[in-house]
Structure formats: structure tokens, C-alpha cells
Design a protein around this ligand. Structure first.
Ligand code: NAD
Length: 339
């Protein structure tokens, strides 16, 4: 993994804090940063939805440090930022249904925790914070493709929290002169994404079910579509955002996607086709269609012009390429551990 180098800087000159580094996206960033020689990579994570096993490959690396702690504590955030140059803020409670079930905790972590990160960054020597925003900020806007400056009304508590992050970032950059860049991720998938639990994302959940010959349940008729984005594209974008020296590119939000949409029906077809190469019986597993889910929008597709123009982002992995890489990982995992 990560054979393409996306940064121009010498990482041995930089210390990084990755919040949420025990999670899916964070642990992939950690892997990249350590592989390319970062001076220090510190993770702050409370292991609420992330896993220690995601960090195990890095634990003995001399440049790696782990703080088990909560971003809801300002003191913890301040301690974690000591001696850090660049912050990659990934920690949050993801999932629209989780936020509908428990809006208070999602707000505490995603809004109050985010504010702690900004205040701690302001009180430290940190040069820049690149943070995880979300495509959910487009809310009820039906316009396609989604362009950063045109958003609708949020459709869930989660979407509100992610939009509030952008509002706080904008204000902090103006008032305190902080360098902040928000990345609106569109349905990211790849290695180490958790397939388990009530709030699992659709790709790992379906992969897990198909491997067990269980029928995946598609909410609705399967014609809803998403701009599924492979993790390697997301890592590239994070690196570009952390190291851009173009002042126009800073204090912006960006769509992070491949720029193509795939329906749920097509997705299941690809998964069955690729997984059947390992286990032919998977080709015969049926799909079940359930009701549409509250808060879901029919289609999502990103315009990635801003990221291309200002950051030189060039996604290298289409959904099909990304799925092939991802399935290698899940099929190896399922052979060794219970996924
Ligand atoms: P994840 O759940 O795998 O990772 C999130 C990590 O944050 C976990 O390791 C969790 O333990 C940690 N965390 C949660 N609450 C914390 C707290 N209070 N203090 C410290 N650590 C805490 O999720 P992910 O898919 O890797 O998402 C990373 C970020 O990207 C999140 O901010 C999420 O909202 C955002 N995002 C993800 C997607 C996607 O498709 N995966 C899409 C849009 C936005």
C-alpha cells in the first residue's frame, strides 16, 4: 500500500498529530506518514469506534506515539499538540443514523471536541490543521455535481456538526490567523474500515455479508448513487492540503472524491464479481431490498475542480480499482480473523 509518493516536502522535518488515528482514515494516514519518514507521528484517540489493532503495526516504530485520550478534554488536546507542526484532525463520531439515535454525544464529540482542537492549535506552535469535513454538508441540495460554495439545508444532526466545523474553522482563521483546511469526504472506503456494528459503512458491511454468504440489504431500489472514494485518493488529498504553500489554497474547504457516481446496484454487482474470484458461490448470493433510510439523499457526486486547481489533486484510483485493492485486504483478513 502507498507506493505513490504524494508530497514534495521532506517529512523528516515534521511532527504530526493524527486525531482519530486508530480509526479507518486516520490509521491509513499514519501508515503513509511513517512509511515516508515523518519525524514523529502522534495519535490521539479514545478507541470509541477505532481499534488498537489498527495501530499495532506501528506501535514499535520509533517515530510513533499513542495517547489514549478524548478530544472532549481541552487539556488532553493541548498536551497532544506539544511539539507538533501539523495536525490532521480525523476524530469524530461518524454515521448519520448514530447521530439521529444520540445527537447529544455526536454534538459533544464533533462540535465541542472540534472547538477544543482549534483552541489547542491556537495556543500552540502548530502550523496548520487539516480536518475531516463531510459531503453531508450538501444536505437537501439536489444540484449535481456538488460544488463547494453551494450547499443545502442539513438533513441530520451529524451533518449539522460537520457544517458547524466549517463555520468555526472560517471564524478561527479570520480572528486568530490559524491555517485551516476542511476536506469534505465523499463515502470513503478501503483497508481497515470497520465492517462490524450497527453503524458500519455500506461497503465493508456488504463485503462482510457476502463473504459469509448472507444477503446484503439495500435501502430502497438500489438506484441511489454515491461518489465512492478509495482511501488512497483521500490520503493524497490530505498530504496536498498539509503541504500546500499556495496561500489561496489555505482556509478553504474541498470536495474529496473520485468524481464519478455509482449506484448501490452497480456496487453490489462489482463486489459479487470480484469476490466470486475467491469464492464462486458468492455470485449466487441474493440481494434484499428494504425501505429507504431517513436522512438519505438520492444521489451524491462531487465536482473536484477546486481540489484539482488549487491543490493539484489527481485521484488515481477509480471505484473499481479501489474495490480490487480493498477486497484483497478483506479476504486476507477474513482468512485470519473473524471480520
Ligand atoms: P472511524 O470511526 O474509523 O474513525 C474515527 C476515529 O475517531 C476512531 O478511531 C475513534 O475512536 C476516534 N474518536 C471518536 N471520538 C473520539 C473522541 N471523543 N476522542 C478521541 N478520539 C475519538 O471513522 P473514519 O471513517 O475514519 O472517519 C474519520 C473522519 O472522517 C471523521 O471525522 C468522519 O466524520 C469523517 N468522514 C468520514 C467519511 C467516510 O466515508 N468514512 C465520510 C465523511 C466524513
Amino acid at each position: 500500500m502507498y507506493n505513490t509518493r504524494y508530497h514534495l516536502a521532506d517529512l523528516s522535518n515534521y511532527s504530526f498529530l493524527v486525531t482519530g488515528g486508530a480509526g479507518f482514515i486516520g490509521s491509513n494516514l499514519v501508515e503513509y506518514l511513517l512509511k515516508y519518514g515523518a519525524r514523529k507521528v502522534r495519535v490521539l484517540d479514545n478507541l470509541s469506534t477505532g481499534h488498537r489493532r489498527n495501530l499495532e503495526p506501528f506501535m514499535s516504530h520509533p517515530a510513533f506515539e499513542f495517547i489514549e485520550g478524548d478530544i472532549r478534554s481541552l487539556q488532553t488536546c493541548e498536551q497532544a499538540m506539544q511539539g507538533i507542526d501539523l495536525v490532521s484532525h480525523q476524530a469524530a463520531l461518524g454515521s448519520v443514523p448514530r447521530s439521529i439515535q444520540d445527537p447529544i454525544t455526536s454534538n459533544d464529540v464533533n462540535v465541542s471536541g472540534f472547538l477544543n482542537i482549534l483552541v489547542a492549535a491556537r495556543n500552540s506552535e502548530v502550523k496548520r490543521v487539516v480536518y475531516a469535513a463531510s459531503s453531508s454538508t450538501y444536505g437537501d441540495s439536489t444540484e449535481l455535481p456538488k460544488v463547494e460554495d453551494r450547499i443545502g439545508k442539513p438533513l441530520s444532526p451529524y451533518a449539522i456538526t460537520k457544517y458547524v466545523n466549517e463555520l468555526y474553522a472560517d471564524v478561527f482563521s479570520r480572528i486568530y490567523g490559524l491555517e485551516l483546511i476542511g476536506l469534505r469526504y465523499f463515502n470513503v472506503f478501503g483497508q481497515r474500515q470497520d465492517p462490524n456494528g450497527a453503524y458500519a459503512a455500506v461497503i465493508p458491511k456488504f463485503v462482510n455479508q457476502l463473504i459469509r454468504h448472507e444477503s446484503p440489504v439495500i435501502n430502497g431500489d438500489g438506484n441511489y448513487s454515491r461518489d465512492f472514494t478509495y482511501i488512497e485518493n483521500v490520503v493524497q488529498m490530505n498530504l496536498k492540503a498539509m503541504f500546500t504553500e499556495d496561500s489561496r489554497a489555505v482556509n478553504q474547504v474541498y470536495n474529496v472524491a473520485f468524481g464519478e457516481n455509482t449506484s448501490l446496484n452497480e456496487l453490489v454487482q462489482y463486489l459479487k464479481e470480484y469476490l466470486a474470484e475467491h469464492d464462486p458461490a458468492i455470485a449466487g448470493v441474493d440481494v434484499i431490498h428494504g425501505p429507504n433510510r431517513v436522512g438519505d439523499i438520492p444521489h451524491s457526486l462531487a465536482d473536484i475542480t477546486r481540489a484539482r486547481t488549487l491543490l493539484g489533486y489527481e485521484p488515481l484510483f477509480s471505484i473499481r480499482d479501489g474495490l480490487k485493492e480493498t477486497l484483497k485486504w478483506y479476504t486476507q483478513e477474513s482468512a485470519t480473523v473473524s471480520v
